[in-house]
Every structure is written in C-alpha cells, then in structure tokens.
Design a protein around this ligand. Structure first.
Ligand code: TRP
Ligand code: MN
Length: 449
C-alpha cells in the first residue's frame, strides 16, 4: 500500500508554480550549496510543535499563525523582525488572557519568500513582464532583467532565514518576551489608540497578577515559562527544489524532516492530490498545513487527510480555511462535518485574508478589516454548529504603521491607501489593526460568534 517516498520523488509528479530557471547549471549549483548548509530547525522542535498542535486539535489550545504575506530581501532588518514579533506577542497575550487557553505561536517568518501567481506574466503599464514570484526567485522591479529567476536568490533566502531565526530565538529566549515586559511591547503609534489603551489595561492586570503570585510567595523568577516563549516558523512550501535541499534525515528517528521551517503549508493553487507538492510533503515529518478554498469538496478533504496523515496523528495536519466572509459558513460546514465523522484529528484554522482581497479604484489591492472579522465570525459559527473547535487564525500582518488594509478603529479609507503602502505582495494588517483583531477574535470565540 505505502508508495515509496524519497526527498526527490516529487520530481516525477507535476509541479505547478515552479519558476522557469533559465540556467539549469546555475540552479543545480545553488541547490547543491543549500543542501550542504546546516538545517535551520531541528526535527525535535518540529515534533514539539506537533505536540502543541495536537492540543489545538483536541480543543485545548489556540493557534496564532501570523506574519508577512511575503518577506522581502530589502526590508530585512532587526527592527523589522522585532516589530513583527512584538505584534505577535501582543496578540498572543490578548488571546491567552482573554480565552484562558494556551496559544501556539507560529510566524510566517524566516522563510516566507515564495509567491504563487495566477498568471506567468503580468502587465505593468504597457509592459508585459514575467510575474514577480517572491524574492527567493526574482525581483519586484518592473524590468525584464529584474524578473529573470535567479538561483542565487535561493542561497540568499537561506541566509536571511538563518539570521531571522537567530534573532527570533534571541528575542524569545533572551528576555524580550518576558511576561513582566508585557506593557513594553506596545509601539508608540499604538499606545494612544483605543486598542492601545485596551491593551494597556489588560497588561496592567497581568502585571498585577504576577505581583500577586510573587507576594503569595511564589518564586516567579524560577519559572522559565513566564520569561520565555516558543515562536515557531512556517512558510508555504512552494519552490520544491529548495525544500528538498533542506530535507534531512533525523538521526534519532530515521524520519525525514524539511528543516527549512517547523511547519510547512500547501497553498490553494498547488494542493492537487496527484501533484508534486502533496507528494513531497506527505513524506516529511513536520506538521503540515493545507489551504482549503470554497471549491473544496468533503471527499477531496478526506482524501487529503488520508494522503498527508494516514496514521491520524493529532497535530500533524492543519486545514486552513480561506472561503470569503460571505461564503465561509455554508462552504465550511460540510467539510467540518466530513472530517469530524471520519475521526480525522485536524486543526481547523481560519485564514480571513486571502478570499477577501479586492482592488480599490486607485488600483491598490486591499482588504477591509470588517470583512476579516466577519470571516472569522462565520468560521466560529460554522464550528459551533458542527461541534468542532475553531482552532486558530492565519493572518497577514506587519508591525509597521502601514496603510494597506482599510477599516479598523482609525477607520482607514481607500484614499488613505497610498500613504504608506509598503507590501511587496498582499495587503497586511498594521500593528493597531492586528491588536484590535486579537481582541475581536477572543470575543467571538468566547461568545461562540
Ligand atoms: N510561555 C508562556 C506562553 O508562551 C507565557 C508567555 C511568556 C507568553 N511570554 C509570553 C505568552 C509572551 C504570550 C506572549 O504562553
Ligand atoms: Mn498573501
């Protein structure tokens, strides 16, 4: 029954969304180089993430997966990484405190470089150019030369991932994420806003609770869990040559792991059951995600579960629903029911971003904050109706004060989009909108929407 699998067995399947590398020799050299580099994550870390996700699957924890749509080679700095981490920590604190369950934190960070595109070319003005496929492949500049896929970018993506992960590890284990600093994560532009003040109140309650425990004689210093946090990494496993080059055999278990990130997901456009992406990921031991859109049938989802998680390991598979605010309830319920009836222990997460994107009259791609909230509300209602756990959210955000999504308490309008529209791909929630969202999500889940 079990078909043979190897890190390169995907090569005899159809791989969609792969760049047209013009120079096969240069590609081979770059991949060889990456294959010789140390792994970015350990198998043991991927296993502990899977254990945490198993708690989410059982309804005892919540998943927060968040970060850039696409990381950029140009916007690569300590400040950028720190600001993103701040927002994620703030959201995690709000969710943990308000929901009373542990929050599993996964960044779309340290490797989220590759973008699937609906068309091989795009029109910019009068120019027809090869599509931008993310900085791991080509450059955003609108010239023919910049759009040629360049394999040296695979090597650069590895190095940027390594330094991002290094800083993440330093921040999360070295004091920055200490719960006693919960107020210090607020950025200036957030502090005076309504959600900033709400956060300040909540963080003061947490600090008082910690002081109270201390006054009662609990030696809070001696509990590392109050001072450190696990933030895992994830990205869409799109460029399979790169993923293969970082796939290593775990010396403890003999199992293969894709050591480019803790968790990998399959996108809506590359999730063919007989395609190369599913083939590659079924063989690695990492926890996996798969996006599911409104055209997904219950039969297809059950087959996917069977292929990616035949042993029904809880936490192995996260299904990330991206239906659209108006469709989510009707489209999701049959899937929730089928998976539940088949006893597949998956995590259900909601990506409220990708099916709510539209182009404003000024040509900017955007999303409205209330559509994002509405999709999560529908997701929560669907789960409540089917008796399943709305396990988490998958969000595109940045720590910066950008104007890419409309709405929120500062009520950004379509006219504001030009002010600070900095994304190289999809529109992201800014720091204020993200914090606001965390409060709204906690309320929705507590109320059952
Ligand atoms: N380690 C705990 C957790 O991850 C508590 C914690 C410490 C925490 N620092 C944090 C929670 C920052 C959220 C954000 O849940
Ligand atoms: Mn995106």
């Amino acid at each position: 029954m079990a078909r043979r699998w190897a890190p390169d067995s995907w090569r005899s399947f159809t791989a969609l969304q792969q760049p047209d590398w013009p120079d096969a020799g240069a590609l081979e050299m770059a991949l060889k180089q990456v294959a010789g580099f140390p792994p970015l994550v350990f198998a043991g870390e991927a296993r502990s993430l899977q254990g945490s996700l198993a708690k989410v699957a059982a309804g005892n924890a919540f998943l927060l997966q968040a970060g850039d749509c696409a990381e950029s080679f140009e916007e690569f700095s300590a400040v950028n990484i720190r600001e993103k981490l701040r927002v994620i920590l703030q959201m995690a604190v709000v969710l943990t405190y308000s929901m009373g369950v542990p929050v599993v934190k996964i960044g779309r960070m340290a490797g989220q470089f590759a973008k699937p595109r609906s068309s091989a070319t795009e029109k910019i003005g009068d120019l027809e150019l090869p599509s931008f496929r993310g900085h791991i492949v080509n450059d955003l500049l609108p010239t023919a030369a910049a759009r040629i896929p360049n394999p040296e970018r695979l090597v650069q993506a590895y190095h940027q991932s390594a330094s991002t992960l290094n800083l993440l590890r330093a921040f999360t284990k070295g004091g920055f994420a200490d719960l006693s600093r919960v107020t210090a994560w607020t950025q200036e532009f957030v502090a005076s806003s309504p959600e900033g003040r709400r956060y300040e109140e909540l963080s003061m309650e947490i600090e008082r609770a910690l002081q109270f425990m201390h006054a009662c004689g609990v030696d809070t210093d001696s509990f590392p869990m109050l001072h450190e946090v696990d933030v895992y990494t994830s990205h869409e496993a799109l460029i399979l040559g790169y993923e293969e080059a970082l796939t290593r055999q775990d010396s403890l278990t003999g199992q293969w792991y894709d050591c480019s990130a803790h968790m990998l997901w399959i996108g809506e456009r590359t999730r063919q059951l007989d395609g190369a992406h599913v083939e590659f990921l079924r063989g690695v031991g990492n926890p996996l995600g798969c996006k599911v859109g409104p055209t997904t049938s219950p039969e297809w989802v059950l087959e996917l579960c069977q292929v990616l998680n035949p042993a029904r390991i809880p936490g192995r598979l996260t299904l990330i629903s991206r239906m659209g605010a108006d469709k989510v309830e009707d489209s999701l319920r049959p899937l929730l029911r089928a998976v539940k009836d088949a006893d597949q222990p998956v995590v259900w997460a909601c990506d409220p971003m990708h099916a709510n994107t539209f182009t404003a009259p000024n040509g900017r791609k955007t999303r409205h904050f209330e559509d994002v909230v509405a999709e999560i509300a529908g997701f929560v209602r669907a789960n409540k109706a089917e008796g399943t756990w709305p396990g988490g959210i998958h969000i595109e955000l940045t720590g910066e004060d950008v104007t890419e999504c409309t709405g929120g308490t500062d009520d950004l309008t379509q006219d504001d989009l030009d002010d600070r529209y900095e994304t190289i791909c999809d529109p992201r929630l800014n720091g204020r909108q993200s914090l606001d969202l965390a409060f709204r999500v906690a309320e929705l889940i507590r109320a059952g929407a």
